[in-house]
Design a binder for this molecule. Structure first.
Ligand SMILES: [Zn+2]
Length: 179
């Protein structure tokens, strides 16, 4: 692997870093591989099995025990492969409404959030990326019984991921309160 900017040689090391390129602020990758260009010092991030990692994040957010933040809504919508315009068409709202949900200028409301979460779980089950990450209740609504729907308790979900024996594993979901 060479530097994408100057084609210079990379020197690899491992350090903890935030997976900010996924659009979320609180996803920590432990011992992530980072290549630093020996010429221009640009950093190249290596993420093995990004589809599996993203599916694991999506599954965690779909089952998150408090309401989704705007960035989490955006992550899940993109994970489903929809543009904002296309997602809006699918669920019967305007594109501006989706944009306002994602910018937190409009409450999504539990019915719309439930639809998004259910769609993500359905997609994960169909794609079956990872058996461990696909364990959820057969009775659909049971998966969400424990969700705290208090807006004041909404905060971004934090996750720490390790890659172990070629599989992504995460610790407990830490939800910080926005307030
Ligand atoms: Zn370079």
């Amino acid at each position: 692997m060479k530097c994408a900017h100057c084609n210079g040689p990379l020197e690899f090391r491992r350090e903890d870093r935030l997976y900010s390129e996924c659009g979320l602020d609180n996803i920590l990758l432990k011992d992530a591989e980072i290549g630093e260009c020996q010429v221009c010092h640009a950093r190249t991030y290596v993420v093995p099995h990004p589809q599996v990692l993203n599916a694991s994040i999506a599954r965690t957010l779909a089952l998150k025990p408090s309401l989704l933040t705007g960035k989490e809504i955006r992550f899940l919508r993109k994970h489903l492969g929809y543009s904002g315009v296309d997602y809006a068409k699918q669920v019967g709202v305007s594109a501006e409404t989706v944009s306002r949900w994602e910018n937190e200028r409009l409450e999504m409301g539990w019915s719309n959030e439930l639809l998004l979460r259910m769609t993500v779980l359905m997609r994960l089950r169909l794609k079956s990326y990872d058996a461990y990450d696909n364990s959820f209740e057969e009775e659909p609504f049971k998966n969400f019984e424990g969700v705290n729907k208090d807006k004041n308790m909404r905060g971004p979900a934090g996750l720490e991921f390790n890659i172990h024996e070629n599989r992504w594993r995460h610790g407990p979901v830490i939800v910080s309160n926005a307030a």
